[in-house]
Ligand binder design. Structure first.
Ligand SMILES: [Zn+2]
Length: 330
């Protein structure tokens, strides 16, 4: 277990509590610069946050950063295949009737877009394929939004203050702005591994709550602090990702943060992947994420099978390194 280097008095930017926090020094290991950054752990919610937000944070998002890469989307399936894909997604996500849902889930193979992202919409309480959906921190090539569109949803939009300009991505409008600058009402506001990157999670989630329709859902996928991955790997846990991940929240952090903005956690789905275990073992061995072409390089097939089984168990137990939280108005 990683031991703290010292204690420091902090005000938690997530739950708002003051107190002495344990300090941990984390290394930049995605690109392997090994620069050190100090983080403090809130004594109230258990979340970990970078003590000082670097003034030159943009330097740590080089042009090769994955979400800013230009993307190419597959052609939407046409004819019968396209109809079946949209029918599958609509039946499995909106669940208009039990028979259709059981039919598609038991008889048809799930379409790729459903497996990638559509499955996250099942718990989002959407009323129809015209539900308004906003993805926050979508990047310049929001494949996720394009996939949701291919699942049959017609009103999807993306927002990211770091894209070059407003744009249209395969028919999906993208806005270059912060959430605070955005107006509208949405059935679903999504953060897919973006909330851990924002300097002020409270302000960000407050604006997400403002943009939610009554009965709407805010979906937050984040790394989860304090679970098996932190206990086992500590500062070598791949999701610490210093200094890009400014805040690493526990289940208690997200519960308290939601409450501060008038939301509550309705449902939690754990969605770690075996690659997190593999990458964390690499960090222990001093191998950065980008040092070899694939994260699985250096592991045998049987080692990866063990990681897969272990991840499956951790997700089932609710003790894994990543989760998807569904929030709704109190
Ligand atoms: Zn806290």
């Amino acid at each position: 277990m990683t031991r703290p280097t010292t204690l420091q008095y902090i005000t938690c930017r997530v739950c708002g509590a003051d107190g002495e926090g344990e300090v941990f020094s984390l290394r930049e290991m995605m690109y392997g610069s090994r620069e050190m950054f100090d983080y403090a752990r809130c004594s109230t919610c258990g979340g970990l946050q970078i003590i000082e937000i670097p003034s030159d944070l943009a330097r740590h998002y080089p042009s090769s950063y994955y979400s800013m890469q230009p993307g190419k989307e597959p052609e939407p399936a046409k004819g019968l295949k396209g109809m079946l894909t949209r029918w599958y997604c609509r039946s499995a996500i909106l669940r208009p009737n039990v028979v259709a849902e059981r039919l598609v889930r038991n008889l048809l193979p799930p379409p790729y877009d459903f497996l990638q992202v559509g499955r996250y919409l099942i718990e989002a309480r959407l009323h129809g394929t015209d539900a308004r959906i906003l993805d926050v921190g979508c990047g310049a090539s929001p494949s996720r939004l394009a996939a949701i569109q291919r699942c049959g949803f017609t009103a999807v939009e993306g927002l990211d203050p770091f894209i070059v300009e407003d744009a249209d991505y395969y028919g999906v409008p993208l806005y270059r702005r912060t959430l605070a600058e955005h107006l509208g009402l949405y059935d679903l506001v999504m953060f897919h591994h973006s909330l851990e990157h924002v300097p002020d999670p409270f302000e960000t989630l407050r604006h997400a709550a403002r943009l939610l329709r009554v009965g709407g859902t805010c979906l937050v996928r984040i790394p989860v602090m304090g679970t098996y991955h932190w206990q086992r790997f500590g500062i070598n846990w791949v999701e610490t990702d210093a200094p890009r991940h400014l805040h690493l929240m526990t289940t208690e952090s997200i519960r308290l943060l939601a409450r501060r903005v008038g939301l509550q956690v309705l449902k939690t789905i754990w969605d770690s992947t075996p690659l997190e275990l593999a990458a964390s073992v690499r960090y222990e061995r001093g191998i950065s994420l980008r040092q070899t072409p694939r994260i699985t390089d250096g592991f045998t097939e049987s080692e990866m099978i063990v990681f897969t089984q272990q991840t499956h168990d951790l997700n089932r137990e609710g003790n894994a390194g990543r989760a998807c939280f569904y929030l709704g108005h109190v």
